[in-house]
Design a protein around this ligand. Structure first.
Ligand SMILES: *Cc1c(COP(=O)(O)O)cnc(C)c1O
Ligand code: SF4
Length: 332
């Protein structure tokens, strides 16, 4: 009998937990555990977390740093001044279907609105993907835009999470980008290798290594507990294929705002072949204010990291300020 085989990662993605009560039960936590006041389930950015990521959470600990990143809490409903739905001015930087061109030399392509995990602090949690996404049939428009600007050296696939798209869609996009002679680098911003490591499969590696473009994979890890053996193996596959691996993290209160955690994160990343790139100050997105860390505290943390770690393991502390020509460093 012939059965149509579905890649493991897609089956795992489909089986992600979407019900907060199921997640709490899985973690042996009562629904009224201290510090857990759930948000109404009918929200516009619902819970979503792959089981592989849940397995890395500590049982019966409502303060678990991985759980805090994904559990919709009542805190999100607090209205806080200066927190809005488009905190980084993305809608102003849109250049037609799915192209965000804010910084010279590189453009960002919003390839999909989907993510494998819904991070509560995400600055795109209110992004109107239906309008902004470069759907497959619209890639022509995005590619035309890139073709017209010979100053563009690098194309960043972002989203959402570009690796939520199947390889049958991504490989042809890479081919079309590589056909534009002035494009040198392809950067992929993704959290899938972390939250769903089975995504790093042979099909993905084969188009990533076949392209003439130099490929940079920027993953997103906020806490060392996110890196287990399974993730380590996935990252090692990228490294074994010669891809450059960087990490960006977001500084999050009660998740990673202490020196020991940040130092352990850098060390674990390096062991997995990944260099820390950015540590982002939270974008002021509505619903995320309870994660905010003051600039002064953030600077202090990175100064303390510098005293402990080699320079190459200290991420650049940056903030996104709408209208600036690059991310803004908070520390010289
Ligand atoms: C962050 C970002 C980039 C990449 O910036 P780098 O400093 O090169 O990492 C590019 N385009 C947009 C729209 C961005 O938000
Ligand atoms: S994976 Fe990235 S884009 Fe998706 S919800 Fe998390 S932070 Fe946002």
């Amino acid at each position: 009998m012939i059965t149509r085989s579905i890649p493991t990662w897609q089956a795992e993605l489909a089986a992600a937990i979407r019900n907060p009560l199921e997640l709490l039960a899985e973690l042996e936590l009562p629904a009224d555990a201290p510090g857990v006041k759930l948000l109404d389930a009918s929200i516009q950015f619902p819970l979503r977390v792959p089981r592989s990521f849940v397995r890395r959470m500590r049982k019966a600990d409502p303060q678990d740093p991985l759980l805090r990143q994904v559990l919709p809490l009542d805190d999100e409903q607090r209205a806080v001044p200066d927190y809005g739905t488009d905190p980084v001015g993305d809608l102003l930087a849109m250049r037609g279907a799915g192209v965000l061109h804010k910084y010279p030399g590189r453009v960002l392509l919003v390839t999909t609105g989907a993510c494998a995990v819904h991070c509560r602090y995400c600055f795109r949690r209110h992004f109107p993907y239906g309008r902004a996404r470069a759907q497959e049939d619209e890639w022509r428009q995005a590619l035309d835009y890139i073709a017209r600007d010979e100053g563009i050296r690098e194309v960043i696939l972002s989203g959402g999470d570009p690796l939520c798209l199947v390889d049958e869609k991504l490989a042809p996009l890479a081919t079309r980008l590589a056909a534009l002679k002035h494009v040198q680098r392809l950067r992929i911003h993704t959290r899938l290798p972390i939250v769903l490591p089975s995504r790093v499969n042979t099909a993905l590696l084969s188009w990533l290594t076949a392209t003439r473009l130099r490929v940079v994979v920027v993953v997103h890890v906020n806490h060392p507990n996110e890196l287990d053996d399974e993730v380590g193996t996935a990252l090692a596959r990228f490294a074994a294929h010669g891809l450059t691996l960087l990490n960006q993290a977001v500084l999050l209160r009660e998740v990673n705002n202490n020196v020991d955690t940040l130092a352990a994160l850098s060390e674990s990343l390096f062991s997995a072949g990944v260099l820390p790139y950015y540590l982002h100050q939270l974008d002021r997105v509505y619903g995320a204010a309870h994660f905010a860390v003051e600039d002064g505290e953030a600077v202090g943390l990175v100064e303390a990291l510098r005293k402990r770690l080699p320079g190459y393991l200290v991420p650049r502390l940056v903030k996104e300020v709408p209208g600036k020509a690059s991310k803004v460093p908070l520390l010289a």
